[in-house]
Design a protein around this ligand. Structure first.
Ligand SMILES: [Zn+2]
Length: 649
């Protein structure tokens, strides 16, 4: 739940080249059992047998850090007090798992440790502004810049890597956290190491409140330690993967689909799609491991979210080319067994069809740029999904120009890097009040809160808007010079009460609410279409988006379907074949996830001539019709999920 900040800060920095390891080559069915220290006496044979029965092929279990599950000899590395004398739980799990062909990823949490380390090395620890340590349930938070993270953990890891033939290591809660598990704000660290290091780098004292320089500093500090961990793993175990919530310097990008009691509504039913699509298409050389967290929120680690929600998350992981990844706290002996029950048939089915779940690459030719938390981004994400447009998500521009994209949609910012894409004939849709940075166009001013309307002047160009000439407008709107030929124009705010006076002063303007720039290759809506759709889901906004999309894709859509908007589709390339994934989201309503309503007779037309289509889940082979470089077929039924395999022959 804490991943967001580091993830974004570090995203822009070029990373160490990831290795093409098992995490990219093999179909990954990842089960995380987050040991509690009281689980240290667990029966390894039984645990691994249960993982095998679930059809997991990667077992991610507690190894060390806050509590070690093996008899470590490194000082200040506390062994779980519940580990029986002479027992090596981690070693036993590793041996049992390898015996069954299951890979093992060891989990470490170095963000906190115990009092003996604090008493001996007070300089290793995080200090609040008043100099006090951060103590949570008896555990002391450590600072990324102290001797613990900079030296001591490498002794711990060297011992672990020398002793155990792990397939990977994972690090939880990496770096300095500004909130504890209860969400209490503790601020940033004021320890002597931070003070000295910051002064040496920036020539000034640590700021009282984090500023941009401080955030950059923290990101750099985390990256330095992360890189060293990566190098140590590569030196000691060249075939092992490095997994962390940090996007760079690692082999696999970890993320979570989770819920939280106090998180603002609405729920984001595309959480897994968002995380995996972003990870795979922002850093295509890395694996995406998006953990489906079974629990409701931290205080209720044993209460599980609805089974249908778990199902959606798991199918979405697969549909975007990520690992099937599921996490529980403790062992598989769950007091609430609903989560495992929901995951079990999906793991089993995926294992039976595992050849389709390795080395998938997005075949999408629309790119959505933006940050996952923004309303604008989420509205556009949902519009694209509801229109069944295959799209890739990225938070950087690295891959533009190296892979064909017909259209780029900028949700929050249209950076200068888009200039080359447009110069090469590519199209761009900018749906934000912020002026596109790659075009030299004059703007007059931005209304911060334009509670007015958009007038549809050229109705003939917008077939989806036949029944309205007005679109709701709210939020920032950037004004440019009036134009008599604008297709859409601004209607500024006017009176809305009492009823006798409603909009009696409404005024038309020639101020464009849509601009076509760069010989029609760029469409700029100088207002926030995505955020409006995120909030209100108005069909008029969806209609405008649809019509613009069709004009910006003059060669037609890559995929056309009459499926219900709540059917999510992704198009993935796997070697010479194409995989069309369909996920039925119709069970989602407000805060509930129910089993989806089955849907029937979905027509699909997609680019490329394919000789055969097989719908694996329903076991049907729809007849294909090929014409003019496209392939058409009808999918007779969709229950929760379907995978259609399209082969050239
Ligand atoms: Zn510090």
């Amino acid at each position: 739940m804490w991943k967001g900040i580091l993830f974004l800060v570090l995203a822009a920095v070029p990373g160490v080249e990831a290795a093409e390891g098992w995490w990219l080559r093999e179909p990954v069915r990842w089960l995380q059992t987050n040991f509690r220290q009281t689980d240290a006496a667990a029966d390894a044979k039984r645990l691994v047998a249960e993982a095998a029965a679930l059809r997991a092929n990667v077992l991610h279990v507690g190894m060390g850090g806050i509590a070690a599950y093996y008899p470590t000899r490194v000082p200040f590395h506390p062994v779980s007090p519940y580990l029986p004398e002479g027992k090596d739980l981690f070693g036993e799990v590793l041996a049992e798992a390898h015996e069954r062909g299951i890979r093992v990823v060891g989990r470490f949490d170095f963000s906190k440790t115990r009092k003996p380390a604090f008493d001996s090395h007070p300089e290793w620890f995080f200090r609040k502004v008043n100099g006090e340590p951060v103590v949570y349930n008896g555990l002391y938070s450590v600072c990324i810049n102290g001797g613990w993270y900079r030296e001591h953990i490498f002794r711990i890891l060297a011992e672990a890597l020398d002793r155990y033939e792990v397939d990977g290591l994972f690090f939880n809660m990496f770096g300095n956290q500004s909130r504890d598990y209860s969400g209490i704000f503790v601020g940033h660290c004021h320890c002597d190491s931070c003070k000295t290091r910051f002064r040496a780098r920036y020539g000034r004292d640590l700021p009282r409140e984090p500023d941009d320089e401080y955030r950059r500093f923290m990101a750099e500090c985390a990256r330095e330690v992360s890189e060293r961990i990566g190098r140590l793993i590569r030196d000691k175990r060249p075939d092992a993967g490095y997994f962390n919530y940090i996007q760079e310097t690692t082999d696999g990008i970890m993320s979570e689909s989770n819920t939280a009691w106090a998180r603002p509504l609405p729920l984001w039913p595309y959480a897994s799609s968002d995380n995996v699509n972003r990870a795979r298409n922002s850093q295509p050389g890395k694996a995406s491991v998006n953990l489906c967290m079974q629990f409701v929120d931290y205080p209720w680690r044993f209460a599980t979210v609805p089974g249908a929600e778990i199902g959606l998350r798991l199918w979405q992981n697969l549909a975007h080319g990520g690992a099937l990844a599921f996490a529980v706290n403790g062992t598989l002996d769950q007091q609430d067994r609903q989560a495992v029950d929901a995951a079990r048939p999906i793991f089993a089915w995926t294992a039976e069809h595992e050849e389709y779940y390795a080395a998938q690459e997005s075949a999408a030719r629309v790119l959505l740029l933006g940050g996952s938390e923004s309303e604008s981004y989420r509205g556009l994400f949902r519009l694209l999904s509801e229109e069944h447009i295959p799209f890739a998500v990225s938070d950087n521009m690295e891959w533009l120009g190296r892979r064909p994209f017909d259209l780029v949609i900028a949700s929050d910012r249209a950076p200068t890097g888009l200039r080359d894409h447009v110069a090469g004939g590519g199209r761009v849709l900018v749906a934000h009040a912020r002026k596109p940075e790659f075009i030299d166009t004059r703007v007059q001013s931005t209304l911060p809160n334009a509670q007015g309307y958009v007038r549809v002047r050229a109705g003939e160009l917008f077939p989806s808007l036949k029944r309205t000439t007005l679109l709701m407008l709210n939020g920032p709107f950037t004004e440019t010079a009036p134009s008599g030929t604008a297709e859409l124009t601004l209607i500024p705010p006017s009176m809305f009460g009492p009823p006798e006076l409603i909009h009696t002063d409404m005024a038309e303007t020639d101020i464009p609410a849509l601009q076509w720039l760069e010989s029609g290759r760029v469409a700029w809506l100088p207002w926030n279409l995505g955020a409006l759709y995120h909030r209100m889901s108005l069909p008029a906004h969806a209609g405008l988006f649809r019509d613009l999309l069709n004009r910006l894709l003059p060669k037609g859509r890559q995929l056309v379907s009459d499926a219900h908007p709540l059917v999510e589709m992704t198009l993935m390339r796997q070697g010479g074949r194409m995989l069309l994934h369909l996920i039925n989201l119709s069970g989602h309503s407000q805060t509930a996830y129910f089993p989806p309503l089955p849907t029937t007779a979905i027509r699909v037309s997609l680019e490329g001539e394919f000789g055969s289509a097989r719908a694996l889940r329903s076991g049907r082979k729809p007849a294909v019709r090929r014409a003019a470089g496209r392939t058409e077929f009808v999918l007779l039924e969709l229950r929760d999920y379907e995978l259609v395999v399209l082969e050239r022959k």
